[in-house]
Design a protein around this ligand. Structure first.
Ligand code: ZN
Ligand code: ZN
Ligand code: ZN
Ligand code: ZN
Length: 310
């Protein structure tokens, strides 16, 4: 018998939340009806009652940060459990009883965790997958129902959500231009372009084929060469992005540069796409030549089209 296991059992026995469930059945049943764990509990064929499955899940919640605990799970000599992230933050003192923590693992709880199957945390968003405890985190990192990050580039925006939410967020909070249709003609004008080392122009969102696309245009240095880059991002996942293509054209003075590509999913960060140079890149000298005049003003006309591949 592992000593840690004994201590842990005691911890379970003195856990006050268990008693609470026992004398307040009505409340816990109401919670259960809308709880993501209901499905699993019934799936277990009655081996584990719904209440006990819920209890086990509660036991695996870190009492400090309330997240599910993944091994290593720690406990103080009095049996209070703690996740490894919180353990690193509490300066070797148990947050529950202040006893010195040490490095005692709660092997019993780790074993219980191993035997559990839990729904993806994006179940409410539509994911119906159920995973062994240890695979859950890995799946959630790539779950296609996980929220998207705001595609606005420039300031780091912390907003996340589904696509309809992000579209209205771009419109209302970032004042992004919305454009209906699959072809466009866009002008980028900037005086004193020589001074612009790094710039992100206002993003434009295109609404076509019932989906949304983000057109980015920006200035940066490619090595030592100042360049402009235009590229398109798809507001959705990569497998859907691949169903579309787009073209961009820029020119002047009888010359023309053309780019054809596949929009990148907004799952890929703005910076990643820029660093991979997956878009129309225009050297600044050429861009100023396209602009005509005396090179004092950048005046680029970018024409583009989006289409769906058959
Ligand atoms: Zn924690
Ligand atoms: Zn303690
Ligand atoms: Zn999922
Ligand atoms: Zn945003």
């Amino acid at each position: 018998m592992v000593p840690g296991a004994i201590i842990c059992k005691e911890a379970i026995a003195i856990e006050p939340r268990i008693e609470f469930v026992d004398y307040d059945m009505s409340t816990s049943n109401v919670e259960l009806r809308s709880s993501p764990f209901r499905k699993i509990a019934t799936g277990l064929g009655g081996n584990l009652g719904t209440n006990s499955n819920n209890d086990v899940q509660e036991l695996l919640e870190c009492p400090v940060c309330m997240n599910l605990m993944y091994p290593p799970i720690y406990q103080c000599p009095n049996g209070h459990t703690l996740c490894s992230t919180c353990k690193a933050r509490v300066h070797n003192s148990c947050p529950t009883c202040r006893h010195e923590l040490g490095n005692i693992r709660c092997l019993a709880l780790e074993k219980i965790a191993e035997s559990l199957e839990l729904p993806c945390k994006y179940q409410i968003q539509g994911c119906n997958d159920i995973f062994p405890y240890y695979s859950k985190l890995k799946h959630e990192k790539n779950c296609k129902y996980r929220p998207y990050s705001c595609p606005y580039a420039g300031a780091e925006c912390p907003v996340t959500g589904d696509i309809p939410f992000l579209v209205s967020h771009l419109k209302n909070d970032h004042k992004v231009d919305m454009h209906e249709g699959s072809s466009f003609n866009h002008r980028y004008v900037k005086s004193n372009p020589q001074e612009v080392e790094n710039a992100i122009w206002m993003l434009t969102v295109f609404n076509c084929f019932g989906r949304q696309f983000c057109l980015h245009f920006e200035a940066f240095h490619l090595g030592t060469a100042p360049v402009y880059m235009a590229f398109l991002r798809f507001m959705g996942d990569e497998d859907e992005a691949r169903q579309f293509s787009y073209s961009l054209e820029v020119g002047g003075n009888g010359r023309k540069l053309m780019w054809q590509g596949i929009p990148r999913s907004i799952r890929d960060s703005h910076k990643k796409i820029r660093d991979s140079q997956d878009g129309l890149i225009i050297q600044r000298n050429l861009a100023l030549f396209f602009s005509g005049g005396d090179r004092q003003e950048l005046k680029l006309k970018v024409a583009g089209r989006i289409w769906k591949e058959q």
